[in-house]
Design a protein around this ligand. Structure first.
Ligand code: PHE
Length: 338
């Protein structure tokens, strides 16, 4: 029995050296200390020993058990430490690697241009007013002197909703809403999204307008020209040339379109201006008396002027973007240039 105990100790110590995982260690523990374990078996056999042998073997058995318990304990700790070291190694962070720079968002070129337009008119005392994208025919057309049978209705290819309402084709309806709720003097600009059935190099079905309205007891056409000239020079530079061409809008009389000398070629003629040296940037005119009547203003007491421009067109000229559609493709390589 003595030899047996010594063999068990030697065998167990040898086996412990080969243990690499907690699972293997646990099954080895069961092999010796378990209910049917080798050491347990020997202890159970003690009862059969003679009176003389029992204390001697008992002492040895206790020593073997203590030795093995300690060895198992040590092995457990070694395994634990190895595991920790392995984990540290696997999760190591290389602090010498360069960091990742945070990326910052910024305003879309359309918004940059819109903010600039608002700032310029803001300086001249115009307040920003907004209104709904979904409009009634009344505000988009009728109140703007464009009744159903008016040929000018066909100028706008309109998106109609099934309930008879529509997506506004310009932001002029907000001017009507403003006049309904305020008394003159009025000095506002109306930025916002507009919608028309259109899609090519210079049109997208959704686009942005800024329209302006000034109503007072004596607002003159020359004042209108002054305001627009000041705007164009601040927007496109002091050397910018302007010209006004007679035009037609149902809600203004007289009406004009304003061209500026091409910002891309300085008026020499290029692809952007179709070789003419001029580009049209806005429509304008004196408010038609019929519009004043629609909002219960007395056309004999007040006069006014209005203007409207497409923000995409202005952005294209400002940033020299040849195709308006690229503004809406959201290609970051394109957007990051502004
Ligand atoms: N609303 C016009 C358009 O749709 C622009 C405009 C506004 C013209 C005000 C004259 C006066 O293009």
């Amino acid at each position: 029995m003595k030899a047996e105990l010594q063999a068990i100790q030697a065998e167990a110590l040898e086996a412990l050296k080969a243990v690499k995982t907690p699972d293997a260690l646990e099954s080895l523990r069961i092999t010796y200390f378990g209910r049917r374990g080798k050491l347990t078996d020997v202890m159970k056999g003690m009862g059969k020993l003679s009176k003389e042998e029992r204390p001697v073997i008992g002492k040895l058995a206790n020593e073997v058990r203590a030795t093995l318990t300690e060895a198992f304990e040590a092995a457990t700790q070694t395994l634990h430490r190895q595991q920790q070291e392995q984990q540290l190694e696997e999760e190591a962070v290389d602090i010498t690697l360069p960091g990742r720079k945070p990326t910052y968002g910024k305003a879309h070129p359309i918004m940059q241009t819109l903010e600039r337009i608002e700032a310029i008119f803001g300086q001249m005392g115009f307040q920003v007013v907004t209104g709904p994208d979904v409009e009634t025919e009344y505000y988009n057309f009728d109140a703007l002197n464009t009744p159903v049978d008016h040929p000018a209705r066909d100028l706008h290819d309109t998106f109609y909703l099934t309930d008879g309402r529509l997506l506004r084709t310009h932001t002029s309806p907000v001017q009507v809403r403003a006049m309904e709720t305020q008394k003159p003097p009025i000095r506002i600009i109306v930025p916002g999204k507009c919608y028309r059935v259109d899609y090519d190099i210079s049109h997208t079905p959704m686009f942005h307008h800024v329209e302006g309205l000034l109503v007072d007891t004596r607002a003159t056409f020359s004042e209108l020209k002054g305001v627009l000239t000041s705007f164009a020079r601040q927007m496109f530079g002091d050397k910018t040339q302007m010209r006004f061409r007679p035009h037609f809008f149902p809600f203004t009389e007289p009406s004009a379109e304003m061209d500026i000398s091409c910002a891309v070629c300085q008026g020499k003629g290029c692809r952007s201006c179709g070789g003419t040296g001029w580009v049209e940037i806005l429509g304008a005119g004196a408010v038609d008396p019929a519009v004043f009547e629609a909002v219960d203003y007395d056309p004999d007491q007040v006069t006014g002027f209005a203007f409207g421009m497409g923000v995409e067109r202005i952005a294209n000229l400002q940033f020299r973007i040849p195709d308006i559609r690229t503004l809406y493709e959201n290609d970051l390589r394109f957007l990051r240039q502004f």
